[in-house]
Design a protein around this ligand. Structure first.
Ligand code: NAD
Ligand code: UDP
Ligand code: UDP
Length: 317
């Protein structure tokens, strides 16, 4: 039995980095959470602490196959997110974005449930306008090594908007920019996790290219707040809505900041830049500010300190 005012919420990819924080937050708000994950990149460890909660339910399931459950809301996060993960089996990456989205949209259609898609700043590709606004249609190489993810996510957005127009589904599309925090995978090759682990171990910090490329990093708690506000926003707001921290930094500066914060003796070394690596990225978050009253609160330094503490205890443990 559901309790009064309690919503039954499905989180796909709920055992991943962002998904586990989202499940935790929803449970904290008193919702009844169904977490679906096939553990492709996620881990039971991320949600072990939630398993004792009687309003938390874990289903091992691959969303490229149909799923029949009864819920009021769906957050669709299932998809490997780090380049080495999504490039490991690129066909599966496209499948999870296309077949997986169709299944979750079919589920939402049957239930008349609101469905939120975790899209990405990668839909902008290597952007020619800066900062990126939602109306920018992007510059993506459809046949490069990042395409399975970038084009997969673009097709997922197409599907969301077609279900919205064709079936009057209530959709919410969030374009998430680089997000970091505790429970990132230590070996996912992403820049924040790589640099922190390298700095803590005293290994060389690997800068790809000359380190002039920029990114804008959002702390996980801020991002989750944005996702929840978007889900609860008025029906006329489908998005896409950029969610990210507009504080932009180049990768060399990021390396130096992490070396300082960890009191590390690591040296910085330079490695070749991966193909199609975007040169710059910063969200314009005017829409999120205006429609959701949302903007990030946690500074890069504060967020990095929390993330360093997490990796420090992980490496010691
Ligand atoms: P993650 O890899 O930690 O989480 C993804 C989760 O999805 C994992 O638990 C994985 O096991 C699960 N999954 C993968 N394929 C599945 C399938 N077929 N069926 C069921 N579960 C499956 O990555 P994350 O960083 O938490 O990203 C979550 C979502 O947010 C992804 O959709 C990602 O594209 C999006 N996103 C993340 C970022 C970021 O910086 N972290 C930025 C933009 C978009
Ligand atoms: N689907 C699902 N759960 C449901 C309803 C549908 O997984 O509760 C899947 C099913 O595989 C279906 C897909 O979602 O093929 C798309 O559903 P839709 O109703 O849009 O189209 P259909 O293919 O059924 O005509
Ligand atoms: N990067 C780097 N060293 C690393 C890992 C990543 O210089 O050890 C760079 C990478 O080339 C990119 C940026 O950091 O320019 C962000 O990489 P990440 O994979 O975290 O995210 P994305 O490229 O998807 O934004």
């Amino acid at each position: 039995m559901k309790e009064a005012n309690q919503r039954k919420v499905l989180v796909t990819g709920g055992a991943g980095f962002l998904g586990s924080h989202l499940c935790e937050r929803l449970l904290g708000e008193g919702q009844d959470v169904v977490c679906v994950d096939n553990f492709y990149t996620g881990s039971k460890k991320n949600i072990l602490h939630l398993l004792g909660n009687r309003f938390f339910e874990l289903l091992r399931h691959d969303i490229t196959f149909p799923l029949y459950v009864e819920v009021d809301e769906i957050y669709n996060l299932a998809c490997p997110a780090a380049p080495i993960h999504y490039q490991n089996d690129p066909v599966q990456t496209t499948k999870v974005n296309v077949h997986g989205s169709i299944n979750m949209l079919g589920l939402a259609k049957r239930l008349r449930a609101t469905i939120l898609q975790a899209s990405t700043s990668e839909v902008y590709g290597n952007p020619s306008i800066h900062p990126q606004i939602e109306s920018y249609v992007g510059s993506v190489n459809p046949i490069g090594p990042r395409a399975c993810y970038d084009e997969g996510k673009r097709c997922a957005e197409t599907l969301f908007f077609d279900y919205h127009r064709q079936h009057k589904l209530r959709i919410k599309v969030a374009r998430i920019f680089n997000t970091y925090g505790p429970r990132m995978h230590p070996n996912d090759g992403r820049v924040v996790s790589n640099f922190i682990v390298q700095a803590l171990r005293g290994d060389p910090i690997t800068i790809y290219g000359n380190g002039n490329q920029t990114r804008s990093f959002c702390y996980v708690d801020d991002l989750i707040e944005g996702l929840i506000r978007l889900m609860n926003s008025p029906d006329d707001l489908s998005g896409p809505v950029n969610l990210g921290n507009p504080e932009e930094i180049n990768i060399l500066e990021l390396a130096n900041k992490i070396v300082t914060l960890t009191h590390s003796r690591s040296e910085v070394i330079f490695r070749p830049l991966p193909k199609d690596d975007p040169k710059q990225r910063r969200p314009d978050i005017t829409l999120a500010k205006e429609r959701l009253g949302w903007s990030p609160r946690i500074s890069l330094e504060e967020g990095l300190e929390k993330t360093i503490a997490y990796f420090d205890s992980l490496l010691r443990g």
